[in-house]
Design a protein around this ligand. Structure first.
Ligand code: ATP
Length: 244
């Protein structure tokens, strides 16, 4: 199988974006670009505004000013459903599975907006091949699995929606390092299939180790951007965020 490479071609472009809750702006003049087939990390501490940015991208929060385009088309004013149909799929913090439904039914929920019904069964088998632990547990109630398995199920469900751009919020939260490593491998595989990944993480080292490029968000402002492996070596970032 060929492996997709990050390109220079922009997929998502955010220009001078300000947004937040009601009259309170959380994001200030954000300019950021996600390129086709790249693995981009957005890192920052607790309360920096990372989730707010994802919620704004998904159409869940209105914008105060600025522009957001996906493949050149404006997303401003689009409903969350429109944005989802354009291929922007969020893997939310807290997973939001249906705990009393089986793994398989949860995965099929990921495809419920799709109209290519004939393809769905085929994609389900493909997703099971990528997530063999989900195949083993297809009949198990999602809520009875471990936190790591539930996160894996949420990722597999997001893949059933056939994303162009996968938005991943705080995937590592509360999970054992061995599970987080597995999930990061799954994300890398997803990117290698040509899906663009935007990973939002508080664990800066984890995100920078996996991503192609990254932006650092601090109290609603972008304070750094660059190639992820260069940022890991940035002395100021090491001091501020990596405790070095
Ligand atoms: P975390 O990792 O803790 O989720 P974050 O970087 O994702 O942090 P956000 O959740 O985006 O940060 O929060 C950014 C700011 O927005 C915080 O000051 C927070 O208090 C505020 N905020 C978050 N949700 C709301 C809300 N529903 N109403 C008002 N303010 C909110």
């Amino acid at each position: 199988m060929s492996t997709a490479q990050a390109t220079q071609e922009p997929l998502l472009q955010i220009r001078n974006l300000s947004a937040g809750y009601g009259l309170v702006n959380v994001l200030h003049d954000i300019t950021l670009e996600v390129r086709k087939a790249e693995f981009l990390a957005l890192v920052g501490s607790n309360g920096a505004g990372k989730t707010t940015l994802l919620r704004t991208l998904s159409g869940l929060l209105p914008i105060q000013s600025g522009t957001i385009t996906l493949a050149g088309q404006s997303l401003v004013g689009c409903t969350p459903d429109d944005i989802f149909r354009k291929g922007v799929v969020q893997l939310p913090e807290g997973r939001q599975l249906f705990p009393r439904m089986s793994v398989q039914d949860n995965l099929l929920m990921g495809a419920y907006r799709r109209s290519d019904k004939a393809q769905i069964r085929q994609d389900l088998e493909k997703v099971y091949a990528e997530f063999p632990r989900m195949a083993e547990r297809r009949k198990q109630l999602a809520g009875s699995m471990s936190g790591g398995e539930q996160q894996m199920c949420a990722m597999a469900r997001a893949m059933m929606a056939k994303p162009t751009l996968l938005l991943v919020d705080e995937m590592s939260l509360g999970l054992a390092p061995i599970i987080v490593d597995q999930l990061m491998e799954n994300l890398a595989t997803i990117r290698n299939q040509g899906v663009t990944v935007l990973l939002v993480e508080q664990d800066i080292h984890l995100a920078l180790a996996a991503a192609d490029r990254a932006y650092v968000l601090d109290t609603g402002h972008i304070v750094r951007e660059g190639v992820a492996k260069d940022l890991i070596e940035d002395p100021e970032l090491k001091r501020a965020y990596l405790g070095v």
